[in-house]
Design a protein around this ligand. Sequence first.
Ligand SMILES: [Zn+2]
Length: 390
Amino acid sequence: MTGASRGRRRGLSAAELAVTRHLLVHGPATRQALGDHLNLSYASTSRLARALVDDGVASEALDGEPAVGRPRQVLAAVPGARHVAGFKLTADTAFGVVCDMFGEVKATARATLPEPDHDGSVPVAGSIKVIAQLTRKLARRVPTLDGVGVAIGGVVADRAIVQEGTFLGWRDVDLATPIEQRTGLPVIVTNDVTALAREQLWFGAGRTHATFGVLTVGAGVGFAVVREGVAVERLIDNGHLLAHAPVDPRGPRCRLGHPGCVAAYLNREDAEDRASGAVPRPVTFGGLAQASRSGDEQSGRQLADAARALGHLVATFAGALQTTCIVLAGEDVAALTASPEIDEVIADRLRPGPREVQRCALEIVSTPLTFTDWARGAAVAGIQHVLGGA
Ligand SMILES: [Zn+2]
């Protein structure tokens, strides 16, 4: 593997990283504009530009012929300066991609994880072997890998240790060290929704919002937070407080026994328990929508209730985080966001009282995701990691 990689590159300084990030997020810029935006002197900006050009991270060209004064130097990030392999692990599969600095997918590969042991946990050593083999496979397609990012559902500490791997049955598993040893590359392990938030921070909602929330609906409900331009690496509760917020005290109970909490409507297992026989198995919200269109009223009601619960969850999340932007993502989010109930609930929650003058509007960004998109999130987290431990 070491032969296929370029070896470890030096991380960028905080100021170099700030310039690079600006170029990746907002596109090419003149030295003057960069200095203005980042509050740097022209001399500092020039020195940083030279260092980044020497490093191959950025290139500089003269900007045509301006009407007034001398031609301006325009700095741009070099897409191929870094490549990182990203993996999303589900309960049974590793989905892999290679991305360049702009998060462009250059290659994909996937492999099945080992069968769970008798205790239900997926074998760790076998899974690490699968990730190393996939990295080698991807390195044959893009032979200049600089790092690896791995995203999983659950709780991750120190960007390395899986304290709780929700769908893999893992507890306190050091995932980064053995993958580093096998591949010779720096490795970052993150919660999968946090990885999506890091991707959105550079290439999505973060372009226009310093603070935003990411909410995913898939096997369960997932959360991530970006506050003032920084992705929160680890939530205090893995999203538990929001996932079990009450919606309707007369509603169905979740697996923990709460009547009518968010999870009771949106967790896939809970939804599956209540779905009518007309819904294709395994149950998805897309499947509920399909059964509803075919005339199954129970499915229509279940989908509407779930969309209402999601509307409440979005409103509560935005209010608690004090952001106008929530990104809704996940492999099963499209049927919910297409339901009118979600917009009705949010509009009602925002409706001002008779003497209230302040108006607020929420921007709900909906991005249906494939597992390749999740793996791309892991790769972008990896890019940020290899560039400067961001
Ligand atoms: Zn609950």
